[in-house]
Design a protein around this ligand. Structure first.
Ligand code: ATP
Ligand code: MG
Length: 776
């Protein structure tokens, strides 16, 4: 038997060596699903199955790369190279490059990222003269995205009275028209958005049976990781491709289905057995990732979900430490706890930064954590924020490159037509768009042929447009012979981009310049990597495709030894020694937007299950008593999920329901190193629950959206004092922020707050019952 197979247990081995037929592995977190998929590919190849005939779909490009390199270790680099492996989007973008012409797309179509799409939608809304406060670009975009993922084309939309009515009810009766215009403009620009990559693939496979047959024949063995999170569009593609040979292996965990909000359909996993004949079902039960305490905690949480498949997850690993629950006063305090714990643990246990991850429900939470890590000089990296390739200066450079490749790309053209400034104003651009819409030509072609178009643009501006076209045309000529790096370098210099950035000597400006340099380095690496491959194709096109499809986890840059900061959604499939799950508060996690129905709440709970099961050795849960949200300091209450963990697996250092002395200003207290009693004997959660029942003092404050519970809020004595005396215009002294002037007063009682402009320049909104103010 092959040596690598001995690294699998019996339950894992069975599906690994099951070569033919449809099969599904449903198993809990950390049980080796991804490992089985990886080894199975190596095994198929060792049984003589051609690597060209294998397709593996993963959740991130990074996961695909890791899988490929593991397979290369086993079967050798040259064979592994031929595997088709990647995310749905990257694999099908590749297919559409070859086959898109059937649908009228050029092979060099552009991939519009979210920014491009939203800009285009914004301009359509403007051109149609609609109210941008009702037709919010983001909402319109997400609506269009959901049509596309349910395969509702424009035609289908106008045949569907329910959809039209829903949009009309949402005060957006023109949604259909926007959708139609958007699709048309993308098409004309030779551009696809992310959803198109799936929608058009479906269209291709449905309308062109010959193309379908060709890819069915190619992909004789199909493997899908994280199958629980496939959406309808992805599901149909997989089904169509697997239909002929039915050699399909999917792995997933219903308890980790967390993308319903983006259209993922958990039924895809539940119905798999109905979709194919003779499905073999495998279960894996042993978790290799985490300690007994973590596995136990995660199991006890997911038990609270009603909709789930029965599964067993156990581990032979050590018992480990209990899950630590820490109460912080504010988010600043929470950040300091995380940073100091990382710092101490790293020292005590001789660990790397990369052994730690901080996971949160929403991106906004990262700021306080970042501040604290920076203060301690702990290197970190935020995953999933604005990616490198979405930064303005980088998008400016890549927009030139996109335009060289596909001059129909309207969003790229609009971006650079007057950047750096060359005297072509917005009015001119608007007129070009109108002319393009009226003549059916692309905007670039209108410019190219400016003399034969009836357009109200003066001669001076026409000359500027001609100069711009000449510049782009010269780049196009260069692109025929030069490699992507030489071209990109030439473009950065001759377009005036680098000169423009050079004018800005501020630290931000210098960073931007460094980023452009970094982009050029990246292109160089890419080109050099490609030259090693015998079949190097169009390097610029391939580089841009990589850029467009870079997922949030890709492109690790800088110091590899960093603490990882990311949302829980992004952490799926990953593992870290020590994991902090911060912001364990009601209304934040579970999210306030997801508590209206049982199914929403259950999805939040699955998200928590995913978060906990990322940890190998130690999990920390932190919550705060008050947190700044939407610019206001808001009382917070511990998440119900903390209480759902079975007592025996947690170490709750401070009773969940006991609040701090409200007379203390948390912002003052927060500066002191948090008083952590990590090893104090915990009270059992049940006891705490009893205690909390004894304290029924809860205010119900009605907010426009919902009723919000606020635990035991008491106005401080101090606030009574200030409440009555404080007036706008008063000069006050704050223990920490110093002197300031009251600029606004709002609310009353426990809710009374003051906006104060401090002499240090900060303006703060302080809850009076916390803020110790002295009126001067
Ligand atoms: P998730 O549900 O989080 O995606 P998973 O089921 O895909 O998890 P893997 O990531 O494949 O699980 O495995 C979890 C960890 O356990 C990995 O570090 C993996 O290398 C290790 N592992 C899996 N199986 C074995 C085994 N038989 N022996 C030793 N280690 C294993
Ligand atoms: Mg996995």
């Amino acid at each position: 038997m092959e040596k690598y197979l001995s690294q699998l247990n019996d339950a894992q081995l069975e599906p690994t060596i099951q070569v033919d037929g449809p099969m599904i592995i449903i198993a809990g977190a950390g049980s080796g699903k991804t490992r089985v998929l990886t080894y199975r590919i190596a095994y198929l190849m060792s049984k003589g199955i051609d690597s060209f005939n294998i397709l593996a779909l993963t959740f991130t490009n990074k996961a695909a790369k890791e899988m490929k390199s593991r397979i290369a270790d086993i079967v050798g680099e040259s064979e592994a190279k031929n595997l088709w492996m990647g995310t749905f989007h990257s694999v099908f973008a590749k297919i559409l490059r070859f086959e898109g012409h059937h649908l009228g797309y050029p092979s060099n179509f552009t991939i519009y990222d979210t920014q491009d799409c939203q800009k285009l939608i914004g301009s359509i809304i403007k051109e149609m003269g609609l109210d941008k406060d009702i037709y919010k670009t983001k909402q319109v975009f997400s609506r269009i995205s959901s049509y596309k993922n349910s395969l509702v084309t424009v035609k289908a939309y106008f045949k569907n009275p329910e959809l039209m009515e829903a949009d009309a009810m949402a005060r957006r009766p023109k949604m259909g028209e926007i959708y139609a215009a958007y699709v048309e403009r993308c098409f004309k620009a030779g551009a696809m958005d992310f959803d198109d990559l799936l929608l058009r693939t479906n269209e291709l496979l449905t309308r062109f049976p010959n193309v379908l047959a060709q890819y069915q024949d190619k992909f004789r063995y199909i493997l899908v990781d994280e199958y629980q999170d496939t959406n309808h569009s992805q599901y149909l593609i997989v089904r169509a491709l697997a239909d002929r040979f039915q050699n399909i292996c999917v792995v997933g965990d219903d308890a980790q289905s967390i993308y319903a909000f983006r259209g993922a359909n958990i039924n895809n996993i539940l119905n798999f057995q109905k979709d194919y004949d003779g499905v073999k079902m495998f279960r894996l039960e042993q978790n290799y990732r985490s300690t007994k305490n973590i596995v136990g905690a995660a199991n006890s949480v997911i038990e609270h979900n009603k909709t789930k498949l029965d599964k067993i997850v156990w581990t032979a690993n050590d018992e480990g430490e209990k899950v630590i629950v820490h109460r912080a006063l504010t988010d600043g305090d929470e950040g300091r706890y995380v940073a100091s714990t990382i710092w101490e643990t790293k020292m005590n246990e001789q660990l790397h930064n990369s052994d730690f991850a901080v996971l949160y429900r929403t991106n906004a939470q990262s700021r306080a954590i970042e501040d604290a890590l920076r203060k301690r000089d702990i290197p970190y990296r935020i995953y999933g924020g604005l990616s490198f390739y979405q930064r303005k200066e980088i998008k400016d450079v890549t927009a030139y490159l996109r335009l060289i490749l596909n001059s129909a790309d309207e969003e790229a053209l609009k971006r650079v037509i007057n950047y750096p400034a060359r005297g072509i104003g917005q009015t001119t651009v608007d007129r070009l768009v109108v002319a393009a819409n009226a003549t059916g030509k692309t905007m670039y072609d209108v410019m190219k042929d400016i003399d034969s178009v009836n357009i109200n643009i003066n001669n001076g501006t026409k000359n500027k447009l001609r100069d711009f076209v000449t510049l782009i045309e010269s780049y196009k000529v260069m692109n025929q012979t030069a490699n992507a790096f030489d071209l990109a370098e030439h473009v950065s210099k001759t377009s005036g981009l680098v000169r423009e950035l050079g004018k800005d000597a501020t630290p931000e400006g210098v960073t931007k310049m460094d980023n452009v340099q970094e982009l050029l380095n990246g292109i160089k690496d890419f080109v050099e990597g490609q030259m090693e491959l015998a079949d190097a194709g169009d390097s610029l096109a391939e580089f841009l495709e990589d850029v467009a499809l870079a997922t949030d986890l890709d492109g690790d840059k800088g110091d590899p030894d960093h603490v990882a900061l990311m949302t829980i959604h992004l952490a799926k499939g990953l593992e870290f020694g020590h994991v902090f799950i911060v912001g364990m508060e009601e209304d934040l996690f579970p999210s306030g937007m997801s508590m209206n129905t049982r199914s929403e709440l259950e999805e939040e709970r699955r998200l928590f299950y995913v978060a906990l099961t990322r940890a190998e050795k130690q999990a920390y849960l932190t919550y705060t008593l008050s947190r700044y949200r939407w610019g206001k300091l808001i009382d917070a209450e511990p998440s119900r999920f903390i209480e759902e963990i079975d007592d025996q697996f947690v170490n709750i250092t401070t009773p969940l329901r006991e609040r701090q002395n409200p007379m203390l200003d948390p912002s003052i207290f927060g500066d002191i190193e948090p008083n952590r009693v990590r090893f104090a004997k915990p009270k059992t959660a049940k006891l705490q629950k009893k205690e909390s029942m004894k304290k029924p003092e809860k205010f119900i404050i009605s907010t426009p959206k919902k009723l919000k519970r606020v635990a035991n809020a008491k106005p401080s004595e101090n606030s009574n004092l200030t409440d009555s005396k404080l007036a706008v215009g008063n000069t006050v002294n704050h223990q920490r922020f110093g002197r300031g002037q009251v600029t606004k007063l709002e609310g009353s009682g426990a809710d009374a707050k003051a906006e104060i402009k401090f002499q240090n320049g900060d303006t703060k909104n302080l809850l009076l019952r916390f803020a110790k103010l002295e009126i001067l």
